[in-house]
Design a protein around this ligand. Structure first.
Ligand SMILES: Cc1cc2nc3c(=O)[nH]c(=O)nc-3n(C[C@H](O)[C@H](O)[C@H](O)COP(=O)(O)OP(=O)(O)OC[C@H]3O[C@@H](n4cnc5c(N)ncnc54)[C@H](O)[C@@H]3O)c2cc1C
Length: 448
């Protein structure tokens, strides 16, 4: 090496940036990373991890109901939001420390501060300039709110994790997975919760019958769906008055905007370089994550691929192989499993029925809808749904979808079978684990 300070300079120490920097440093390369807020990025600090901890809290709050049918009397005495919030923050701070150690142990130099591109090989952090042979942009995404009067009253997912008070009545605007998960957390912990959905539906884009089933179950838990977007938010003495497009209104003490996110390009300096964006505002890259400036690369939530941590990690590993190990293989984006940590969970892998039909497959659909054994002695009306989409010609299982307890855990296993190209015959030959909900995936015999 060369005239540069580093082989690689990474901007953003989130899922993609941390993985790429430490793996590439482990190959003996000289690597630096800049981070302006928190090590670990969105997922660790204001995303997947704290969200799942809050989901566990809201599920625990349901335990007394279920215990009753088993002859166990539990009572929910109190819910202390400050304890939950602060214990979560302590746990996240522990993880921040682990991320710093991972970077240090790999020999990655960490520069804390906002980083900006100066030229194709130079980055500025805190008034200092650093040069690198390659620069990787991994600055993630940022919440956006509908442009309506009173939009300054929205809090975003970022602030949700640090609220001073737990609300009594809240509105979540948006109907994607973040919105549905936040509504589940609020509702489960005793807050009267509304979701406002422009389309009037929850979780659009997931397999339609699975989505419908999930929506029904989610609303059964007490969340109210407002089938129109907000038009205006006004501050009142006690909270906010939200008027909707259909003229209706609702008084709440918190309005959470969870309707969208956009690539985080703020003051990154891309304007002065030839870095092109696509029509949706994501950074345009080729299959090597290379931008239109050849020494600069981008990945994770900055580019138009599924906005999920495992995808960002896989992109980082592919970048390592392509650029530093001479392995040109590109990342396969098919069959990415994903979950919505709603109550109950929705999880999915492979093609939806609609996608399979669009792609010209002649399909068979296998479905099962049942009450989980655990709930049979309780007064819960929650039901579980499972669905397989199978190619009639090859017998290959194209997609698996589930709504129910532990759906994420179950679908992760099914994803391996689908990735391996398993046929329905192989599912049928697989013995079940009895009694379990998961065994339904290998006992569905009759197409619906
Ligand atoms: C509420 C919520 C829940 C989620 N739940 C899940 C889930 O359950 N499962 C899942 O797979 N995914 C989930 N995600 C998505 C997941 O968090 C993202 O896909 C993932 O974090 C993207 O990784 P990234 O590396 O691209 O960006 P990030 O993890 O966002 O990291 C970007 C980093 O760059 C830093 N940065 C930005 N600009 C600069 C700059 N100029 N200089 C220096 N540093 C900078 C930021 O501070 C940040 O730390 C969730 C997201 C949200 C918001």
């Amino acid at each position: 090496m060369t005239q540069f300070d580093y082989d690689l300079f990474v901007i953003g120490a989130g899922s993609a940036g941390v993985r790429a920097s430490r793996m590439i440093a482990d190959e003996g390369k000289k690597v630096a990373i800049a981070e302006s807020r928190y090590l670990g990025g969105t997922c660790v600090n204001v995303g997947c991890v704290p969200k799942k901890l809050f989901v566990y809290a809201s599920e625990l709050a349901q335990t007394p109901h279920e215990a009753e049918g088993y002859g166990i009397e539990l009572s929910l005495k109190d819910f202390n939001w400050q304890t939950l919030r602060d214990n979560k923050t302590n746990e996240i701070q522990r993880l921040n420390g682990i991320y710093q150690r991972l970077l240090d142990n790999s020999g990655v130099e960490t520069h804390l501060g906002h980083a900006k591109l100066i030229d194709p090989h130079t980055v500025q952090v805190n008034d200092k300039h650093y040069t690198a042979d390659k620069i990787l942009l991994a600055t993630g995404s940022w919440p956006t709110h509908p442009d309506i009067p009173g939009k300054e009253f929205f809090i975003s997912s970022n602030e949700f994790f640090f609220m001073e008070q737990f609300p009594k009545k809240a509105l979540v605007v948006g109907s994607g997975y973040i919105s549905v998960e936040f509504a589940g957390i609020l509702n489960g912990l005793g807050c009267k919760t509304f979701i406002s959905s422009r389309s009037g539906k929850l979780l659009r884009g997931f397999d339609e019958s699975t989505r419908q089933f999930a929506e029904n179950e989610i609303l059964k838990k007490g969340i109210s769906l407002i089938k129109t977007p907000p038009k205006e938010i006004n501050k009142t003495q006690d909270g906010y008055s939200v008027t909707f497009n259909d003229g209706s209104s609702e008084e709440v003490d918190l309005v959470i905007g969870a309707a969208g996110r956009s690539p985080n390009l703020q003051n990154l300096g891309i304007e002065s370089l030839n870095i092109q964006l696509d029509d949706s505002g994501y950074i345009k890259v080729n299959e090597q994550y290379q931008t239109s400036t050849p020494s600069i690369f981008a990945m994770g939530d900055l580019i138009d691929t599924p906005q999920l941590t495992p995808v960002a990690l896989a992109e980082a590993m592919t970048f390592l192989k392509q650029q530093f190990k001479g392995e040109p293989k590109v990342l396969d984006y098919s069959n990415i499993p994903t979950a919505v940590f709603s109550q109950p969970n929705l999880a999915t892998v492979g093609l939806t029925e609609e996608e399979a039909l669009d792609q010209g497959f002649d399909i068979l659909r296998f479905e099962s809808d049942f009450k989980a054994l655990k709930l049979t002695m309780t007064d819960s009306t929650e039901r579980t749904y499972m669905k397989l989409v199978v190619d009639k010609d090859t017998d290959k299982v194209l997609g698996a979808h589930m709504v129910g307890e532990h759906a994420a855990e179950i679908i992760q296993g099914i994803a391996i079978a689908i990735k391996a190209g398993a046929t329905k015959a192989i599912f049928d030959e697989t013995l079940g684990i009895h009694p379990s909900s998961a065994e339904e995936f290998v006992t569905m015999r009759t197409p619906s």
